[in-house]
Design a protein around this ligand. Structure first.
Ligand code: AMP
Length: 193
């Protein structure tokens, strides 16, 4: 199974990706997690990304595309993968298309998790409490920037996949379990088709 989870910050992409990984044994490719690991390890990429992430802006496409190209070359993606947080721009979506075409692979589905934006701040504040403030970008101020970036740069990615007839939408404001079941049902339909 090769799947993209799209959705604004706080939609539950990471949570749902982890749920699917546990059930389907595929790799979770979270670019946010990869960048946070690079920041923690103090790599050159991490050093470059740190301030950008703290501002809620996007790390440049060439950096992200290199990261994903390397990651897709690793053998654990052979059984499939869930991309969570990538692609975030049209340039990234087009690069992913080329990378997969070269590997003779195709995506099974692109699922957009939709949210009530008025409730996102509560969710993000909840995550900040649960993680003890581990993420420097989980603040009200950065959330509004990340949402603006999402509308400007990532919403067109949903349109890109909609135009290709690949986009499915799931409302993400239920419990983890409720949203997870809807996603599972949708995946069963897509994989049988
Ligand atoms: P996330 O954990 O997916 O919310 O990502 C946290 C931050 O990492 C984002 O706000 C961006 O600064 C950066 N980031 C993660 N994935 C990407 C991507 N595909 N393109 C650009 N920046 C990214």
């Amino acid at each position: 199974m090769r799947l993209i989870l799209l959705g604004p910050p706080g939609a539950g992409k990471g949570t749902q990706a982890q749920r699917l990984v546990a059930r389907r044994g595929v790799a979770q490719l979270s670019t946010g997690d990869m960048l946070r690991a690079a920041v923690a390890a103090g790599t050159p990429t991490g050093a470059r990304a740190k301030a950008i992430m703290e501002r809620g802006e996007l790390v440049p496409d060439d950096v992200m595309i290199d990261i994903i190209a390397d990651r897709l070359d690793r053998p654990d993606t052979a059984k499939g993968f869930i991309l969570d947080g990538f692609p975030r721009t049209i340039a990234q979506a087009e690069a992913l298309s080329d990378l997969l075409a070269r590997k003779n692979q195709r995506l099974d589905a692109v699922i957009e998790i939709t949210v009530d934006e008025g409730k996102l701040l509560d969710r993000i504040e909840g995550r900040a409490r649960e993680t003890g403030g581990a993420r420097a970008d989980d603040t009200a101020e950065t959330l509004s920037k990340r949402l603006a970036v999402y509308h400007a740069q990532t919403a067109p990615v949903a349109d890109y996949y909609r135009d290709k007839g690949m986009l499915r939408q799931v409302h993400g404001m239920g419990t983890v379990e409720e949203v997870g079941v809807v996603i599972e049902n949708l995946l069963s339909e897509v994989m049988e088709a």
